[in-house]
Design a protein around this ligand. Structure first.
Ligand SMILES: Cc1ncc(COP(=O)(O)O)c(C=O)c1O
Length: 427
């Protein structure tokens, strides 16, 4: 935590004491609203990270659906057939986005990280049965940090292979060379987060297929948007289950599905692959216990919100928001390419991009500080030092202001310096 965080924290009307007499609903909600006054204004399109907004109506619907099912528990859908039906529907819709075959089977999870954890855990279980007890996973350096978390949680070695220096795409040949007889899975991303490009999934899956091991495609960012961009004629490498050798995929509904937080899909090519994900035991005094993922109790809120928003936006709605986010991404990319003090890291394949400083005396993190002072939240990443933008539908309304604030920041920033910061926090 930086020293500058202290005054802001102290100013918040937080209340660490349990009140002796409970607050009224009105007072409680007033205090909750007071707590958020310094939060980034994401519903106004000020955050290029962490939050997504298709429309106020879709957001309100997600909130209402979440509220209605927040107390229901998907740990056991025998008690809540409504949640079973919603999950089945959502998985079928997601499966079509991912080009999944009829044999495909999946689960809803709490987010991209859980989907990735489960893909790796499943692969570990699957290959442990074949005698691999010191497994490794081969992945590009651009693959999301969640794979590293999965490796740490499940004690699986991760072999990180540098991406191609020109394209930022994964290097399938180098990944093949990094593998050995203990490799259980290769990873590709569609698109990868840092520079927003789609990996050569077909090349990586071919290596996996030849070795008889798994290939997971992380489409947490692109799984909803890419099918619509394809329909709009955008060209990028083949990325989904249509590629032979892809065994599992992850797609986040709480990102470009524009649903409430806590909703992602892990999809396997068939039921046999999926069978390694679940956990069961009867070795305690409570009888038979089974659960599909990391969570035990699992709120119905995110499931109902996902079901509601998917059906509310519909196919035409997702086409519309994908086109909008893509057009905005291209407009921002064009402005960055026209700015001699900045360098666009890669032509975006979808709706994510990053840029850095083109001159040694411009610190890109100082630019991020300047943008923050003007009310914009952008991600800071490295290496190389860059600003990252995740562009979604809401930004169509705000990107012109963002670009003029970026220009003003570049004029004002001089040779001051900033800091990398953190993608997530330990709090
Ligand atoms: C490509 C990719 N995969 C996985 C994740 C992890 O998703 P989550 O933060 O929902 O756990 C992210 C998050 O930004 C991502 O960009």
């Amino acid at each position: 935590m930086g020293a500058t965080d202290q005054p802001r924290r102290a100013a918040l009307p937080s209340s660490p004491e349990l009140p002796a007499h409970g607050w009224s609903t009105h007072e409680t909600l007033e205090r909750l609203e007071a707590l958020r006054v310094t939060d980034v204004r994401w519903k106004e399109g000020r955050a290029f990270s962490l939050a997504y907004q298709a429309s106020p109506e879709a957001h309100d619907l997600a909130t209402e659906a979440y509220r209605r099912f927040s107390g229901e528990n998907a740990l056991n859908v025998e008690a809540f057939p409504s949640l079973r039906a919603m999950q089945t529907d959502v998985l079928a819709i997601a499966g079509r986005w991912l080009g999944a075959p009829d044999t495909a089977r999946g689960f809803l999870t709490s987010g991209g990280t859980e989907s990735i954890l489960m893909a790796l855990k499943s692969a570990r279980g699957q290959f442990r049965a074949t005698g691999i007890t010191s497994p490794n996973v081969v992945l590009p350096t651009s693959a999301h940090a969640a794979f590293h978390k999965a490796g740490a949680y499940f004690d699986v070695e991760l072999r990180c292979v540098p991406v191609c220096s020109e394209t930022w795409r994964a290097d399938a040949s180098a990944m093949a060379r990094a593998s050995d007889a203990n490799t259980i899975m290769f990873v590709a991303s569609a698109p990868q987060y840092p520079q927003g490009v789609v990996d050569p999934v077909a090349d990586i899956a071919a290596v996996a297929l030849e070795r008889g091991v798994n290939c997971h495609v992380d489409a947490c960012m692109g799984g909803v948007t890419l099918p619509y961009l394809e329909r709009l004629g955008v060209r990028f490498p083949k990325w989904n289950f249509a590629v032979e050798g892809v065994t599992s995929m992850s797609v986040d509904l709480h990102k470009f599905g524009y649903t409430a937080k806590g909703a992602s899909v892990i999809m396997y090519r068939n039921a046999a692959l999926r069978s390694h994900q679940g956990f069961v035991t009867d070795n305690w005094l409570g009888g038979f216990y089974g659960s599909s993922g990391v969570l035990g109790t699992k709120s119905g809120g995110p499931i109902a919100a996902a079901w509601a928003v998917l059906h509310h936006l519909g196919d035409d709605g997702y086409l519309r928001v994908a086109r909008s986010a893509r057009d905005t991404t291209l407009s921002i990319a064009a402005a960055i390419k026209a700015e001699p003090r900045l360098v666009l890291r890669a032509e975006p394949d979808a709706t994510l991009l990053s840029f850095g400083s083109a001159t040694p005396d411009l610190d890109i993190y100082a630019v991020a500080d300047g943008l923050a002072a003007r009310g914009w939240y952008v991600d800071r990443q490295a290496p190389p030092p860059s600003i990252h933008l995740t562009v979604n539908a809401i930004h169509a309304e705000t990107y012109s202001q963002f670009l003029s604030d970026l220009a003003a920041t570049l004029d004002a920033v001089g040779n001051s310096s900033g800091a990398l910061g953190s993608y997530g926090t330990l709090e």
